[in-house]
Design a protein around this ligand. Structure first.
Ligand code: C2E
Ligand code: MG
Ligand code: MG
Ligand code: MG
Length: 292
């Protein structure tokens, strides 16, 4: 009887569900095609050293330019890829593409210091053989493991023992492990001890608060203190203003990322940026031959 009661409501809910699963099925099918067709690209967002004011590394961010629908954001298609399992071949493609690009940069003396970070989803991480596969890609492309970072969310680690085991494997390769969007998932500070973490990416929602009240700034302040004590690196995510950048530096943050510094860029744009910095360094060195 209860069911009859809410029949109308259930019907619309079912329709909505149907409509959405059809869209997901379509998107999934199109994504499968897109992987072979050049519609997918990686953009690279600089991660900046605050004391030096220079690019320390980049984070690879996938983009899908659909021929009819235009740009589809990763927040829309990554979850679909996760549900359909397409994330496994997609993630494989992303990993290889990012490693190839990292190899281009690290073998050029003008750009060799830049590190590469790649997002790995929960499903991808717990796919059997993930660390071995990553090791293979790095060996084939000639990228040093220490120049490579795998970014995972806390949830990806919490969800399964397989996720944690895979992270241990990744860490053993000498690849760095970053906890992404830290503080927004099923956070537990205990994770910082039980899981092999090298980098904590402090979520934008906490970075937004650094120029606010003491209460709003509290979490960003505590997290940088914890990372300093534990000898982890902290990256402040989503920095949008000079004011935030200055405050983060004063709080002890060494690394930051956000539209204030740079949006996600094409590989060519990143190369340009790195080469300009190298040229400025060379000029400065020439102007001060005695090293002061
Ligand atoms: P994320 O890994 O936390 O990446 C940071 C996101 O914040 C990126 O969005 C970036 O463009 C955006 N962002 C950077 N600076 C700022 C800022 O100052 N302000 C604001 N409002 N946003 C900023 P994007 O590229 O849309 O990616 C969204 C999420 O999709 C990523 O969050 C990540 O979880 C996922 N994603 C992106 N690329 C990949 C990928 O290659 N593989 C996997 N598995 N997930 C990916
Ligand atoms: Mg990330
Ligand atoms: Mg993030
Ligand atoms: Mg975030």
């Amino acid at each position: 009887a209860a069911k009859d009661h809410g029949k109308g409501r259930f019907a619309t809910y079912d329709q909505e569900l149907d409509r959405r699963s059809v869209q997901h099925a379509e998107l999934g099918a199109e994504l499968r095609q897109a992987m072979g067709s050049g519609e997918l690209r990686l953009m690279y967002q600089p991660i900046v050293s605050l004391p030096e004011g220079r690019v320390s590394g980049v984070e690879a961010l996938v983009r899908w330019h659909h021929p009819e629908r235009g740009a589809i954001p990763p927040t829309e298609f990554i979850p679909v890829a996760e549900r359909t399992g397409l994330i496994v071949p997609l993630g494989r493609w992303i990993m290889r593409e990012a490693a190839n690009q990292a190899a281009r940069w690290t073998t050029n003396p003008l750009t060799s210091s830049v590190t590469m970070s790649v997002n790995v989803s929960a499903r991808q991480l717990r796919e059997p053989g993930f660390p071995e596969e990553l090791a293979g890609v790095l060996a084939e492309t000639g990228v040093e493991p220490r120049m490579f970072t795998v970014e995972v969310t806390e949830t990806a680690v919490f969800e399964s023992d397989a996720g944690l085991a895979a992270l241990r494997g990744v860490h053993q390769l000498g690849v760095r492990v970053a906890l992404d969007d830290f503080g927004t998932g099923h956070s537990s500070l205990g994770l910082l001890r039980s899981c092999p973490v090298d980098v904590l990416k402090v979520d934008k929602s906490f970075v937004d608060g650094v120029t606010g009240t003491a209460e709003q700034a509290a979490i960003a302040i505590s997290l940088v203190q914890i990372t300093n004590t534990m000898r982890l690196a902290a990256v402040a995510e989503g920095v949008e203003t000079q004011d935030q950048a200055n405050t983060l530096f004063e709080l002890g943050y060494q690394l930051a990322q956000g539209f204030h510094f740079a949006h996600p860029l094409t590989p060519e744009e990143v190369t340009g940026l790195l080469i300009r910095t190298a040229a400025e360094d060379a000029k400065r060195a020439a102007g001060y031959p005695h090293g002061n």
